[in-house]
Design a protein around this ligand. Structure first.
Ligand SMILES: Nc1ncnc2c1ncn2[C@@H]1O[C@H](COP(=O)(O)OP(=O)(O)OP(=O)(O)O)[C@@H](O)[C@H]1O
Ligand SMILES: [Mg+2]
Length: 248
């Protein structure tokens, strides 16, 4: 099983939209896929129609009192399950600290999921807290959406520096551009000549598109309701590129 974290310390850059769309593609390609919504905001759970589920307590989960496998909910798409968000995830930092080994706590929880799934996607909250460290330890790869602006690139550099500082320098980091508007000179320049911060990343970029925003209205991945649009095509490409990188 491979664990893919959709992560950026910056909020609102497209982590959730990307996690949901790529998880949907993975399931269509017959990979048994689980998306764990680690964000108390619960946007991924909402998109996948799993937001009305009974919650769990992050604390009991970490203490091993609640088996993780029982938390999964089937979505209406074959091969795609989700662990919905829970409000107690707001205190995940505290709970991780209490668990004794915050670094490996998530990794240990995720390991048994390998019996049923070949891919686990983590939709992460925007943070550089102990939660992030736990995510870095659990993930095989970080997929990082970046908006083509200087501030967004700076956030990516900060993530890279932090990874180095915390000895996660070997973790594979795959940034890619999201919300690209080719009418903007800066966006155009950055996709034509990606800045050094984007090194080793995915070449596919996702255009700014109202169809992505409409995922909330349809409560479905974009491929379900706007499959012939440029944004849907871009996500398909992004999936193929990621699958190739991960040798899936
Ligand atoms: N390519 C895109 N084009 C247009 N809108 C987009 C695109 N990608 C994401 N969005 C929109 O931007 C907003 C933020 O996206 P999303 O929730 O995926 O980001 P996030 O990084 O998960 O945010 P958070 O940090 O709050 O979890 C949403 O309203 C989403 O619909
Ligand atoms: Mg999100």
């Amino acid at each position: 099983m491979q664990t893919i974290a959709f992560y950026n310390l910056k909020g609102g850059v497209g982590k959730t939209a990307t996690a949901v769309n790529l998880a949907w593609h993975a399931a269509r390609w017959k990979h048994r896929t689980l998306l764990w919504d680690l964000d108390p905001q619960g946007a991924a759970s909402f998109y996948l129609g799993a937001d009305g589920e009974k919650g769990y307590k992050a604390g009991s989960l970490l203490k091993g009192r609640q088996p993780i496998g029982r938390l999964k909910v089937e979505t209406r798409w074959d091969g795609l399950d989700v662990i919905p968000s829970d409000l107690t995830l707001r205190n995940l930092d505290v709970k991780l600290s209490e668990s004794g080994n915050p670094r490996t706590a998530l990794k240990k929880l995720i390991e048994p999921l390998g019996e049923h799934y070949s891919l686990t996607f983590l939709d992460c909250p925007p943070t550089l807290s102990p939660v992030a460290e736990s995510i870095f330890a659990a993930a095989d790869v970080l997929v990082v959406p970046v908006i083509p602006t200087h501030l967004s690139l700076r956030a990516l550099e900060q993530v890279r520096e932090w990874l180095k500082e915390k000895n996660y320098g070997d973790l594979k980091v795959l940034p890619f551009f999201n919300m690209v508007d080719r009418r903007r000179l800066l966006h155009l320049e950055m996709i034509v000549k990606p800045p050094a911060a984007m090194r080793g990343g995915l070449k596919t970029w996702i255009p700014y598109s109202t169809h992505v925003e409409q995922m909330g209205e349809h409560r479905a991945p974009i491929g379900e309701f706007a499959s012939h649009t440029p944004a849907a095509r871009a996500y398909r490409h992004l999936w193929f590129e990621l699958a190739d990188k991960l040798k899936l």
